[in-house]
Design a binder for this molecule. Structure first.
Ligand SMILES: *[C@@H]1O[C@H](CO)[C@@H](O)[C@H](O)[C@H]1NC(C)=O
Ligand SMILES: *[C@@H]1O[C@H](CO)[C@@H](O)[C@H](O)[C@H]1NC(C)=O
Ligand SMILES: *[C@@H]1O[C@H](CO)[C@@H](O)[C@H](O)[C@H]1NC(C)=O
Ligand SMILES: *[C@@H]1O[C@H](CO)[C@@H](O)[C@H](O)[C@H]1NC(C)=O
Ligand SMILES: *[C@@H]1O[C@H](CO)[C@@H](O)[C@H](O)[C@H]1NC(C)=O
Length: 399
């Protein structure tokens, strides 16, 4: 197994703490304000709030012909499609008074975006995406900043979930912006370790540290969480209006992008969230351990510089059933991973032990064979991979 501790940490270690680290690695995607005043966009004096939403729920953008690296366009377009498929947000290249100018700032090994609609008399606002961020998840993180959101570790309730090794007050101002709490930001959804807006937990001295050891590898996720979409929908007041007859099960809700479908917690599918998404299998646990192997071949995206991972995941879902009131035990007995990283960035297995399917459950990768226990049925196992062939042998039983 190739232990690969997050590609940007390597770069970061070579850098001194300077302005360059504004968007500080953990996520190689950061945010940036063009001047201090812009921090106001993160505050919510309620009346002004509307200023920082895109009018008509429509984000206007263009890929700058000279400054954008067209070879990294696909992940950005895919991330736009993911967001617009689950919300009422639209992305358009139609001209407007204010547009996002997409560039690829190659002087930085991270990406950044201005937060919200910067209606300050400018005609363009910044969004930088380059090869260091080649992933739909990273593009989605930046786009969600563009829509007006800060990081999950900047929420006013973050100290219940996270701690820091270093006194953040000692950080350089530009750097600290990635971590400052924005007290007045309205909290629209519960905190989720697996939010795409949450930085990774690494050994880095500035990284946010989990307060729940089971959730460490879910941090720094590149999968858009259920609550990430819901947060966008609430903020932009996207809704399907009065019930159109569609009943969503398993905590789904009508999808504002298509009111004949529901937005489902990960692991549920079908128009009403009653089905297991494909591909996958439903398995019945017994009192004896049984094994099943998931092989997920994501292949590679060939690049001049050699093999490169795909910019999105492929998935496989198991629903493991057990009699009511029994404890289901699940573990990944063996991992064959092309690459492993501390945030399961290249691939891994989420075992949905949390009785609340809306929240991210623990994720396993890098030979983590910890046994997971669930008290509900079915227990959902979601395997995901973005690079080469991964194989996970999963053992399960009930007690
Ligand atoms: C919003 O949509 C309306 C109706 O389509 C249009 O007249 C208006 O110009 C749009 N506003 C912006 C800022 O795009
Ligand atoms: C978005 O929705 C369309 C129409 O349902 C579908 O064809 C497409 O695959 C979806 N794309 C993504 C990224 O979800
Ligand atoms: C909306 O969802 C319904 C039900 O899945 C589907 O039949 C229809 O094609 C979707 N519409 C669009 C525009 O994707
Ligand atoms: C399941 O896999 C484990 C570890 O690979 C092995 O020890 C065990 O014998 C297997 N059990 C069954 C029922 O195949
Ligand atoms: C499961 O436990 C609940 C609460 O203790 C109980 O009400 C229910 O009857 C139990 N169901 C079965 C099938 O034992």
């Amino acid at each position: 197994m190739n232990l690969f501790i997050l590609f940007l940490s390597v770069i970061l270690l070579k850098e001194s703490v300077s302005e360059e680290i504004v968007a500080h690695f953990p996520t190689r995607h950061g945010l940036r304000h063009r001047n201090r005043e812009k921090r106001q966009v993160l505050l919510f004096p309620n009346k002004e709030q509307e200023l920082f939403k895109w009018p008509n729920n429509t984000v206007h953008y263009y890929f700058d012909e000279y400054e954008f690296d067209m070879s990294v366009k696909e992940p950005v377009l895919l991330a736009m499609e993911m967001i617009s498929n689950h919300t009422c947000i639209k992305f358009t290249t139609e001209p407007s008074d204010l547009v996002i100018k997409m560039i690829s700032d190659d002087s930085k090994n991270y990406c950044y975006a201005a937060i919200g609609h910067q209606g300050r008399g400018d005609t363009t606002q910044v969004f930088s995406f380059n090869a260091a961020c080649y992933s739909a998840g990273m593009a989605a993180h930046e786009l969600i900043h563009s829509l007006g959101f800060i990081h999950a570790h900047q929420r006013s309730d973050r100290d219940q979930y996270l701690k820091f090794r270093k006194d953040l007050d000692s950080l350089d101002e530009e750097y600290r912006m990635q971590y400052d709490i924005y007290k007045d930001q309205e909290i629209l959804v519960p905190y989720d370790y697996g939010s795409i807006m949450q930085y990774i937990d690494t050994a880095d001295e500035y990284a946010p540290v989990h307060k729940n050891r089971f959730m460490r590898k879910a941090m720094g996720s590149l999968i858009i969480a259920y609550y990430d979409y819901l947060m966008i929908n609430k903020y932009y007041e996207c809704s399907c209006g009065e019930n159109n007859g569609l009943k969503c099960l398993n905590d789904g809700y009508p999808n504002p992008a298509n009111c004949s479908q529901c937005n489902c917690p990960l692991g549920f599918g079908g128009d009403d969230c009653s089905q297991r998404p494909e591909p996958g299998a439903t398995l019945e646990a017994k009192e004896e351990w049984q094994n099943t192997t998931i092989a997920l071949d994501a292949g590679y995206r060939e690049e001049i510089a050699g093999k490169r991972s795909q910019f999105d995941y492929i998935y496989h879902y198991l629903w493991i059933t057990a009699p009511a009131n029994k404890t289901t035990e699940i573990r990944v007995n063996s991992f064959k991973e092309e690459k492993c990283s501390s945030n399961c960035q290249f691939g891994g297995v989420e075992i949905k032990t949390n009785p609340d399917p809306k929240l991210t459950s623990p994720r396993l990768c890098c030979d983590d064979t910890t046994t997971q226990r669930s008290l509900h049925t079915p227990t959902i196992v979601m395997a995901f991979n973005s690079e080469g062939l991964d194989e996970y042998t999963i053992s399960y039983r009930y007690k």
